[in-house]
Design a protein around this ligand. Structure first.
Ligand SMILES: [Zn+2]
Ligand SMILES: [Zn+2]
Length: 299
């Protein structure tokens, strides 16, 4: 029996590739069925082999990363110059980025500089459907260029840059949180090939280890471009444009809506309305950029 065990252990060491895995599984079964002491031999054999494989995998990954950095070095998300840190900004762009972060109104997140109040007058007068809104940066030429690079330039890496700065803004919560990107209408999705907000939500989900459901909300009708519209016109344009696909998927949950740019908030409000009607307990919103003064859009 001992010779059979040692033969099994030897065969563990000598195999290679997928066949080796299958063989080691057979080897494991044989050893365990023959004698319990064989398990120790087997475990030791597997541990050494796994460690070697891990080290080899790690080494190969490091080599690949080094080669990739050499061939395609990380570039500034704003101007494209080579930087040391991936998904970041160069020193010059860094000075231009206006980070909004956690400050501002506790509900809508609008900056409240030089005041000692927690909640802005608008939220006090009429609490919005979205319980908490946060944006990583103020909307300007630089933040717009990052969003446009993802949306129209198909630079998927921009989603990682956006998610990197949005990640700390997703509120604390339990396991009942669900990331839901603001959806595109199916025809626009077909033309563009991807939903930029879904890509950002995917990156956030990876970083936060919470679920993302890109199909929880559906845009049931095409909405006209909102640029140049007043807040009231925007609200009317998106009213009833969103529907929850499966109510059970959102009922009783805290939904964190994900969008690239927040202007007047009418689109997110329409999404929140549909989600609340479907039974969502709370709706929050996290975006990459935020138009701090919506009047800018009318110019
Ligand atoms: Zn730069
Ligand atoms: Zn507010």
């Amino acid at each position: 029996m001992r010779s059979k065990q040692s033969a099994n252990a030897r065969s563990c060491r000598n195999g290679s590739g997928p066949r080796r895995n299958a063989r080691s599984l057979r080897c494991a079964r044989n050893c365990m069925s023959n004698n319990s002491s064989g398990t120790a031999v087997l475990v030791r054999c597997r541990c050494v082999r796994d460690k070697r494989r891990d080290m080899l995998g790690r080494g190969l990954r490091n080599c690949a990363r080094w080669a990739l950095d050499f061939a395609l070095p990380p570039r500034c998300a704003g101007c494209g110059v080579v930087v040391s840190d991936a998904h970041s900004f160069c020193a010059d762009c860094w000075k231009r980025v206006e980070f909004l972060g956690q400050g501002g109104c506790a509900t809508c997140g609008i900056p409240l500089r030089a005041t000692d109040i927690d909640t802005c007058a608008a939220c006090l007068a009429k609490p919005p459907r979205i319980a908490r809104t946060r944006a990583a940066v103020a909307y300007d030429e630089l933040s717009r260029s990052v969003a446009i690079r993802l949306k129209y330039g198909r630079k998927v890496a921009a989603a990682k840059t956006m998610a990197r700065y949005m990640l700390p803004l997703v509120g604390e919560g339990g396991a009942d949180r669900l990331l839901v990107p603001v959806p595109l209408h199916r025809t626009r999705l077909w033309w563009r090939g991807f939903n930029q907000s879904a890509l950002v939500a995917h990156e956030l989900a990876k970083g936060l280890d919470i679920d993302s459901d890109p199909f929880a909300l559906i845009r049931v009708r095409r909405t006209p471009p909102l640029k140049g519209m007043t807040a009231l016109q925007r609200r009317k344009a998106v009213a009833g444009a969103f529907r929850v696909r499966d109510k059970a998927a959102v009922a009783g949950k805290t939904i964190v809506l994900v969008d690239d740019v927040l202007t007047t908030g009418s689109t997110a409000e329409a999404c929140a309305r549909a989600l609340k009607r479907a039974g969502a307990v709370r709706v929050e919103l996290v975006t990459w950029a935020r138009v701090v003064r919506p009047a800018q859009l009318m110019r």
